[in-house]
Design a protein. Structure first.
Ligand code: NVZ
Length: 122
């Protein structure tokens, strides 16, 4: 895929792996996410992701995607940008929001985690 297309295999600082398998020319893509860590004690399983990226004649596109976790009732959204260094090495700089499912609205205040994380090609 062209530089900074999201297609392909990525790994982040935590060792989680993401495989963006297909995209269309409108910038929509989908794939799978295998997290290395979880806030739950459930067995981790591969989870689906879908998102979209800017497709104009941008060299370093911005994007967003959603992971709907298959093994627990939470959801994570990622937003970020792909950067290419002068050696052609690509990095996805992202921020994410993890929305945990809570049992009552009284716990809503503590239901969203935020973080940053970078991905490089595997
Ligand atoms: C990239 C990154 O930082 N993260 C990553 O690769 N895995 C963790 C979280 C996994 C959540 C699993 C479901 C759950 O525990 O509710 S999403 C943000 C963080």
């Amino acid at each position: 895929p062209p530089q900074c297309s999201l297609l392909g295999l990525w790994q982040n600082d935590l060792g989680s792996e993401m495989n963006i398998s297909a995209g269309n020319n409108a910038g929509k893509f989908f794939g799978t996410y295998l997290t290395k860590v979880s806030a739950t004690h459930k067995p981790i399983a591969v989870s689906p992701l879908r998102g979209s990226q800017q497709m104009g004649n941008v060299k370093q596109p911005t994007f967003g995607f959603t992971v709907t976790w298959s093994f627990t009732d939470s959801t994570t959204v990622f937003v970020g940008q792909c950067f290419v260094d002068d050696k052609g090495k690509e990095t996805l700089q992202t921020m994410w929001l993890l929305r945990k499912k809570v049992d009552s609205i009284e716990d809503n205040w503590q239901a969203t985690l935020v973080g940053t994380n970078n991905f490089t090609r595997l």
